[in-house]
Structure formats: structure tokens, C-alpha cells
Design a protein around this ligand. Structure first.
Ligand code: FAD
Ligand code: DLZ
Ligand code: SF4
Length: 513
């Protein structure tokens, strides 16, 4: 009696539901490096190196724990290149009488898993992914009870369910959300905590050579690759965050500084999403730091909300909206992203910084993603499907279930307000308030028209004017429309001409990567 247990590349935890109740004797874990997964988008080279190295390390750890692991490498000449092809070969090798697998993280792969039972003629048990608090059915049941979906209400349910930051049935500190105490700009002279850096070991060096050789056409650089690749590394990075950065996470959550890639963020999303770090366990460490008086409540609450609130909520939306969510385009946007999204070669300093660090490290923090690259893409009217592909490619933490609702929903308003109640757009003034980018920029953030005017300014007002029919009825957009209405006709015309000239130059600036 053999049970075959496929472990996908983002299921790198010994606590996967597929292993529950299974003894290592009589079980074979199947891990496969497959071309389909490495090429369904042009993943950043560091993302590929991270996943393949983390998979190889996880296989070794599971073998040490007594499991039999059948591991197929990318350079195996018989490798068929797909999950289903590799499962077929493994079925022939092991003649299992059943297959157990934890559900996949995205529609594309879920469809493959659903076909296996018929294809192989053996029972396939697909188990829920218990790394998440809310199952698909629970999220749907919660959503059904609401006239309007709001992350905040869902988050409160998750607080009650986990008991995190709760005093009986009341939120600790008397409030559910301390965001209004947060969102301060930071100054470059503040002492920054630094994340740990992990030197590549022999396994990672092998993988780096493989990626360098086979994926030269993918974006990003492998230079300076220093991601952790084991659960031990991830746990050490989490300890470092809680000890040195968490205290100021809340106040500076939205701050941006030139040359400062991480600020007080945790840089843990790649580990959480691939299984190296358990999200609820991490939240309990954060809560303990607050209970022991080591960090203020506003930071602990802000951090826990990102994980049991936003992260869980985004997953719920992804699965609830179905495989066609990816095709939504509420504002009818069609422009291609400029080619410099893949090089960082632009004279707009905020974008050069956010894209440059993305290509160097496969990471950028939330406000860079939302209010710099995302804001610009929305203002120029970029095709949301293409923007989605860019985010899925370039970030180490990007898997469709979490990337898509963030990009298409929160950032591009392409779902018409399901995730965010209004578009996240701003002129240069927001970027100037929250960063020091503008001080060293060739453009003047205070100008709207003219050769030196910050492009975000005219683009912002052009966006407001262009989408008047769709956005004026939105109560949360009342203020920008009041301001736009007060402008003279001449001002409006000059602003829109400035935006049109910029977009024309942009379109002529080169094809996408
Ligand atoms: P921190 O700021 O330290 O936050 C802590 C944790 O909270 C993160 O590790 C993450 O697990 C979670 N989190 C925070 N915000 C979100 C959010 N909006 N949605 C889901 N989880 C959240 N996050 C991804 O994990 N994968 C993605 O592909 C991804 N794509 C994004 C695309 C866009 C356009 C935007 C605006 C955001 C995206 N995010 C994505 C959310 C967020 O930007 C990253 O989770 C965060 O920057 C990761 O860095 P960190 O670990 O330092 O986060
Ligand atoms: C993202 C990714 C990549 C690049 N490569 C692999 C791989 O070779 N083998 C594998 O098992 N998983 C990989 N992954 C992660 C999968 O794409 C991820 O597990 C699915 O998207 C889950 O839905
Ligand atoms: Fe970005 Fe405009 Fe500031 Fe330059 S001036 S950094 S383009 S917001």
C-alpha cells in the first residue's frame, strides 16, 4: 500500500494538511521542478532561485525526518516539464493506490489537480490548505452575510477566532484598528534596522548557476542573492524583525526613503507564502512581544492586521471571484507598460528607485508597490492584465492568489471597487509627503505643467477628468472632483495637454520587455 503525496513548490512545510495522519512508511513525497511552473510567466531570476533552492532544502529536511522523497530536478533529461506529466511518471514508478495532495494556490494548478483522479484511475484526495484561517466555504459564508465586503469586518472575525490581541471578547486597548496613529513619513537620519543576509550554501550556488544558465531572458539580477531558504533561516529573520523592527513598523508603515529598501518592514512574505513560516505562529510571536512590553500596541496590531486581515481577505476574494477575475477591466484600460518597468531606466526618481530595487532584490514594500509603480500604471491607463503579469513576474512573494487581488483589485481598481472603495491614485504631493524621493528628482513636484513638472501631477488630474463618468458618483471621490471643478477652463486644458504630451512620449519610449 503506497500513498503518493505531491508537495508543490509553495507547500514547503512539514505541517501541510496532505501529511496529516500519514506515516512515513508506505508514503512517497513527490517534489518536481517543472518547466511549466518556471515559465508560465517570466519569473524574476531570484524568485526562481529561491523556489528551487527552498524546494531542494525542504526535500533534504523531510528525508532527515524519515520521509521518502522522490525529487525530480529541472535538469533531469526525462523530466516531462509539467506537474501532471511528472505525476504520471511517478505513478508508473511507485504504483500508488491513492494520492493525497493539499489544494493548489491558484486556479490554473487547481484545474490540473481536479483532473488527476479521472486521468490516473486512482483515488485523489484534495485536502484544504490549513495554513489559512478561513477555508473557502467559511469565507464565502461570511461574504454571503454582507451587503458590502469590507476587510475590516472580516479582520475582526479573525481576531475573535484566533484570540489574537483580544481581552475576552474585546479588542486589546479598546480599539480594533490603530491605523490613525500610524502613517508617518520617516527621516533618513533615523537608525534603520537591517534584515539578516544569508550567504548562499552549496545547494543554492548550484541553483544560481542553473538559473543563470537557463533563464537569462528573465528579468532581474542574481547578484547579491541573500534570501534565506530554510525554515530555520525564515524563523531567524522573523526573530530579527520582532526584536529590532516591529516596534516602529506601525508609525513608518507607509514611509519611503531613497536607498532604504526595507525600512521597518518584515521582509517575510516570501517565507510565509512558500510555507517556511507559519503566519499564525508569527502573529503569536508579535503578540507576545507586545504583551511583554517590548513593542507598542499600534505596531503589533498593524502588523497582525496585515496577516490575518489583508492576507486572508485577499485569498478569500481570489477564490470567491473565480478564474475570470483576471479578465476584469472596469476602467477599460489598454496601454502597454513602458519598457523601463523591466530596467528601471527612467528619470522619475520614485519609479527608478522602486523598480531598481525590485530588479535587484525581487522585493519592494507595500507603498512602493501601491503608490509608486501601481499608482503610475493606473494613471497612465495601463492594461490591468499586463500590470498583473508584471507584479507576478518580479516579486519573490508573488503567487496569483495574493498578487492578483492586490494588483487588479486594490491597485488598479479593475474590479470596479470590490477590494478598494476608490482608486489608489495620487499626484506627486503624496509621494513627496511620504518619501524623500522628490528632493533628488529632476522634476519639480510642485509644478503641474511645463518641462520640469512632475508627471504624476498632470496625469492625476487627467485621470480624474478622463474617468468622470465612472468615478464622480463615488462619494469617496467627491473631494478631487470639487477641486477639479474649481479649476479654470484654461488650467484644465493646459493640464490635459501636458498629460497627453507625456503619454505620447511614453508610448514612443520603447516596447515592453
Ligand atoms: P510587511 O509590510 O512586513 O507586512 C507583513 C506581512 O503582511 C507580509 O509579509 C504579508 O504576508 C502580509 N501582507 C501585508 N500586506 C498585504 C496585502 N495587501 N495582501 C496580502 N498580504 C499582505 N503580497 C504578497 O505576499 N505577494 C504578492 O504577490 C503581492 N503583490 C502585491 C501587489 C501589489 C500591487 C500590492 C499593492 C501589494 C502586493 N502584496 C503582495 C502585498 C504587500 O505589498 C506585500 O505582502 C509586502 O510588501 C511584503 O513585504 P513584507 O513581508 O516586508 O511585508
Ligand atoms: C512558482 C514555482 C516555480 C517557479 N517553480 C516550481 C517548480 O518547479 N515546482 C513546483 O512544484 N512549484 C514551483 N513553483 C510554485 C508553483 O507554481 C505553485 O506551487 C503553484 O502555483 C501552486 O498553485
Ligand atoms: Fe516621483 Fe514626481 Fe517626486 Fe519625481 S517629483 S520623485 S516623478 S513624485
Amino acid at each position: 500500500m503506497t500513498v503518493l503525496i505531491p508537495i508543490l513548490g509553495d507547500q514547503l512545510s512539514p505541517a501541510m494538511s496532505s501529511l496529516e495522519g500519514v506515516e512515513p512508511e508506505g508514503a512517497v513525497l513527490l517534489m518536481t521542478e517543472v518547466a511549466d511552473e518556471t515559465r508560465y510567466v517570466r519569473h524574476h531570476k531570484q524568485k526562481l532561485a529561491y523556489i528551487l533552492s527552498a524546494m531542494r532544502h525542504h526535500a533534504a529536511a523531510m528525508r532527515d525526518a524519515g520521509w521518502t522523497v522522490d525529487y525530480v530536478r529541472l535538469d533531469d533529461p526525462d523530466n516531462s516539464g509539467s506537474f501532471t506529466g511528472e505525476l504520471a511518471r511517478a505513478v508508473a514508478r511507485h504504483s500508488p493506490d491513492r494520492i493525497i495532495v493539499t489544494e493548489a494556490g491558484e486556479w490554473r494548478v487547481a484545474a490540473m489537480l481536479d483532473a488527476w483522479q479521472t486521468l490516473f484511475g486512482i483515488p485523489v484526495e484534495i485536502r484544504p490548505d490549513t495554513r489559512f484561517l478561513a477555508s473557502h466555504a467559511e469565507f464565502d459564508a461570511w461574504a454571503e452575510r454582507r451587503a458590502e465586503l469590507t476587510m475590516e469586518w472580516f479582520y475582526r472575525e479573525m481576531r475573535r477566532r484566533t484570540g489574537l490581541l483580544m481581552e475576552g471578547d474585546k479588542p486589546a486597548g479598546g480599539r480594533w484598528n490603530f491605523d490613525k496613529d500610524n502613517r508617518k513619513p520617516a527621516h533618513a537620519d533615523l537608525l534603520m534596522p537591517r534584515p539578516l543576509s544569508f550567504a548562499p550554501d552549496a545547494i543554492t550556488r548550484d541553483v544560481l548557476a542553473l538559473v543563470d544558465d537557463r533563464f537569462a531572458d528573465h528579468p532581474g539580477s542574481l547578484d547579491g542573492f541573500d534570501w534565506g531558504i530554510t525554515a530555520t533561516d525564515a524563523s531567524a529573520q522573523a526573530d530579527r524583525f520582532v526584536a529590532h523592527a516591529l516596534a516602529d513598523f506601525g508609525p513608518y508603515e507607509d514611509a519611503m526613503l531613497a536607498g532604504e529598501r526595507h525600512l521597518w518592514h518584515s521582509i517575510l512574505s516570501p517565507y510565509i507564502n512558500s510555507g517556511l513560516l507559519d503566519p499564525v505562529d508569527l502573529c503569536r510571536r508579535v503578540e507576545a512581544a507586545w504583551r511583554e512590553g517590548r513593542v507598542p500596541l499600534q505596531s503589533a496590531e498593524g502588523y497582525i492586521r496585515q496577516i490575518i486581515g489583508w492576507r486572508e481577505y485577499m485569498r478569500g476574494i481570489y477564490w470567491r471571484e473565480g478564474p475570470d477575475y483576471v479578465r476584469r477591466n472596469h476602467l477599460g484600460h489598454t496601454r502597454q507598460l513602458p519598457g523601463w518597468y523591466w530596467t528601471g531606466d527612467t528619470d522619475m526618481r520614485c519609479l527608478a528607485q522602486a523598480i531598481g530595487q525590485t530588479l535587484d532584490t525581487a522585493h519592494a514594500h507595500h507603498i512602493q508597490r501601491l503608490m509608486v509603480t501601481g499608482n503610475f500604471a493606473l494613471l497612465i491607463g495601463a492594461d490591468p492584465a499586463e500590470v498583473h503579469r508584471w507584479y507576478l513576474e518580479v516579486y519573490l512573494d508573488a503567487y496569483e492568489w495574493v498578487e492578483l487581488p492586490n494588483t487588479l483589485g486594490m491597485s488598479q481598481f479593475a474590479d470596479g471597487g470590490l477590494v478598494g472603495s476608490k482608486p489608489y491614485v495620487s499626484s506627486g504631493a503624496y509621494i513627496d509627503r511620504m518619501s524623500d524621493y522628490c528632493r533628488g528628482c529632476r522634476y519639480d513636484v510642485r509644478q503641474r505643467v511645463g518641462e520640469d513638472a512632475c508627471p504624476f501631477n498632470a496625469l492625476y488630474w487627467d485621470f480624474i477628468a478622463r474617468h468622470e463618468d465612472a468615478l464622480r458618483p463615488n462619494r469617496r471621490m467627491a473631494m478631487p472632483y470639487r477641486t477639479w471643478d474649481r479649476q479654470s477652463a484654461a488650467n484644465k486644458m493646459a493640464t490635459r495637454a501636458q498629460a497627453a504630451a507625456f503619454l505620447e512620449r511614453l508610448d514612443a519610449s520603447g516596447a515592453p520587455y
